[in-house]
Design a protein around this ligand. Structure first.
Ligand SMILES: [Zn+2]
Length: 290
């Protein structure tokens, strides 16, 4: 188990430069209710929703005693997290040149306003409630349970554990970011013509997540993307064989060399090795003095 964890940690570290942005050190709050439901479905995890407003001492209490707690932040990676607040009077601060919410780390004020209107409009929750209020939901955003008033980190983790049980096995946030990062980096590498980078990225994603049942759809996506590249390699090998048959040995060698480089370590590279041996033999037979 320990070894698996270390392997995964190494894989995540290796993936970081390729990811759009390293994960936030705190809770990763969603940018909209629609984003939250989309991600919850993709990961099969419950949604944790909290409703706050400004000038609400119990809300401020939860900001200071729940959402910044190490244990709570670690647990929050097993869910999707939504912070709803329609107030913006608390102001903004510049982070990396962007106007970010001064109250809720990692999002803009427009995000918690959007979450509030999205979550409130959908008819997902039962009854009306004041602030703070916490709702735990299934992957579609439908309420499983709710609490009005302040909660401790421990109480909230317990309630979310009930929601997790109802939803079933889900994909953790770090694993989700790792996989989506690898897949989008792979697509970009293909667009940029860096096939070797794409092959390496997809292979790393498949290897790191092969034993995680919640990652299956993502592993299948990476495998499908890799298979497509391998198909391309096979057709390049066929082109090389055609070039060899036409007597263009230089072209055949060039194509096969590129397949060997791009697919190093993959079974299809062995096919390229074999084709290369044939080209060298044919070249030698056609040009004995070379
Ligand atoms: Zn704000």
């Amino acid at each position: 188990m320990r070894r698996l964890t270390l392997t995964f940690a190494a894989a995540v570290l290796a993936a970081l430069p390729a990811m759009a942005k390293p994960p936030e050190p705190g809770i990763r709050w969603q940018h909209s209710w629609e984003d939250a439901v989309k991600e919850a479905k993709e990961r099969n995890v419950p949604i944790h929703v909290t409703f706050h407003k400004d000038n609400c001492p119990k809300c401020t209490g939860m900001d200071a005693s729940v959402y910044n707690q190490k244990d709570f932040i670690a647990a929050s990676k097993r869910w999707v997290n939504v912070y709803c607040n329609r107030d913006t009077g608390h102001g903004t601060e510049k982070v990396d040149g962007k106007d970010m919410c001064k109250l809720v780390p990692g999002i803009a004020c427009a995000d918690h306003v959007a979450c509030d209107s999205g979550a409130s409009a959908g008819g997902y929750f039962k009854g009306t409630f004041g602030t703070p209020a916490t709702v735990w939901c299934d992957v579609t955003g439908k309420q499983i349970g709710q609490n009005q008033g302040g909660m401790s980190a421990k109480q909230l983790i317990e309630k979310m554990a009930e929601a997790e049980k109802a939803v079933g096995v889900g994909l953790g946030e770090d694993e989700y970011l790792f996989l989506t990062g690898k897949l989008s980096a792979g697509e970009k590498s293909v667009t940029d013509g860096k096939i070797h980078d794409a092959v390496d990225g997809y292979t790393a994603a498949i290897k790191a997540m092969a034993k995680n049942p919640a990652a299956k759809p993502w592993v299948e996506k990476a495998q499908a993307a890799l298979d497509k590249l391998v198909e391309g390699a096979k057709s390049r090998i066929e082109d090389a064989v055609k070039a060899k048959d036409a007597g263009d040995f230089a072209k055949a060698k060039e194509i096969l060399k590129s397949v060997q480089t791009d697919f190093k370590g993959q079974p299809v590279a062995k096919d390229a090795d074999k084709a290369m041996a044939d080209v060298l033999a044919a070249d030698k037979a056609a040009n004995p003095r070379k």
